[in-house]
Design a protein around this ligand. Sequence first.
Ligand code: UFG
Length: 324
Amino acid sequence: MNILVCGGAGYIGSHVVRQLQKKGYEVLVLDNLINGHLSAVDGVPFVKADITDKQALQEVFSRNSIDAVMHFAAFSIVGESMSKPGLYYRNNVLGTLNLLEAMRENKVSKLIFSSTAAVYGEPEEIPICEEHRTKPTNPYGATKLAVEEMLNWFNHAYGLNYVSLRYFNAAGADESGDIGEDHNPETHLIPLVLKTALGVLPEIKIFGTDYPTPDGTCLRDYIHVNDLADAHIMGLQSLSGGGQSTIFNLGNGNGFSVKEIIETARKVTGKPIQAVETDRRTGDPAVLVASSEKIKQELGWQPRYGDIEQIISSAWRWHQRNFN
Ligand code: UFG
């Protein structure tokens, strides 16, 4: 099977590409390299193109025999989406519309979509299940929800089959240590904590210590990037076997506080890791924890990395090797 992976040179995309290749799939990566890294897909067939470029997409489909698409090509920084909503709607919504139309025109009917817990907004219930109401509190989450709605209508009208995966906090790195998380700018907790351990940053700021949680800092559900990768492949296998279009949450089902993450990173790295308590970051819900029962029951997915120490250790291995 030939899989087009849009955004395949990014953090999550590149891990999925690895897993696809290990399972014997043929992969073609499409990436505009704004956030992706060519080195993350070394040796993989690659097209530099932007999903907002309809013609480029059309060429990719007409020149290659594509059986299914996995779509990671999105902007994903919540804060940036608040100040530049147009950028997010153009890339994440318009770009995806272009992709869906190119798929339809070329009779490609299977899509695995990278969605997010940000579609839920401030949770009303923990753990969050897929039926929880969706009310994003930022344009990033709103664009992902808009795409999910588009997928539903394309499914009704044209028979596009999709699996949308709502990730909670993606973390960790491949065991090989040669691909990992490298955003610019980096805003995520675990890589920032590890950069502090390496001495690249002087300290980690703890955003808010007055949340209604046991230690006052936010709780998040961290899920290993290769567990996400497994779920993408299972979603594809399900669609290939005639499974229905659907949406799944992906998390470990456990919440870890910001302080617990820093403490675990101290243990894993053996470094003191200076932390300073500061004000809350706007828009952060106190607790985000997933119920992933649906994907466990329907696809038999199970996280291989249930332990937060294991997740941080895998990220640490990569950070040490990729100091610069
Ligand atoms: N945090 C700090 N200091 C930092 C960075 C983060 O205290 O320097 C805190 C945040 O306030 C938050 C927690 O660490 O409480 C996790 O923050 P991240 O930025 O790592 O992740 P988020 O939970 O904000 O966001 C992630 C994804 C988003 C997605 C969201 C949905 O990055 O794309 O989960 O749950 F929308």
